[in-house]
Design a protein. Structure first.
Length: 81
């Protein structure tokens, strides 16, 4: 999974840089080091996005579980007293 995300991010960074050069009517591979930087930034961005998404899912599940427990105490707890 991590390798796939890294490769997708690198490809995304490369395509952004090449598209930027195309819009400015420059040669696609004008400065190769810019492509390497863009690929690195794209892969870091994609990996951080996946980490953030996983953390959001965990936090959401915790909040939903707390709300479920509060609702059970509120509605079902009063009947058994």
């Amino acid at each position: 999974m991590a390798l796939t995300v890294t490769m997708i991010g690198a490809l995304w960074g490369l395509s952004v840089q090449m598209h930027s050069n195309a819009l400015r009517k420059l040669p696609y591979m004008r400065h190769p080091w810019e492509h390497l930087i863009a690929m690195g930034c794209g892969s870091v961005f994609a990996n951080q996005l996946v980490k953030w998404d996983k953390q959001v899912e965990e936090d959401t599940e915790k909040i939903v579980q707390k709300a479920r427990e509060a609702n059970e105490r509120r509605y079902f707890g009063s009947f058994f007293l």
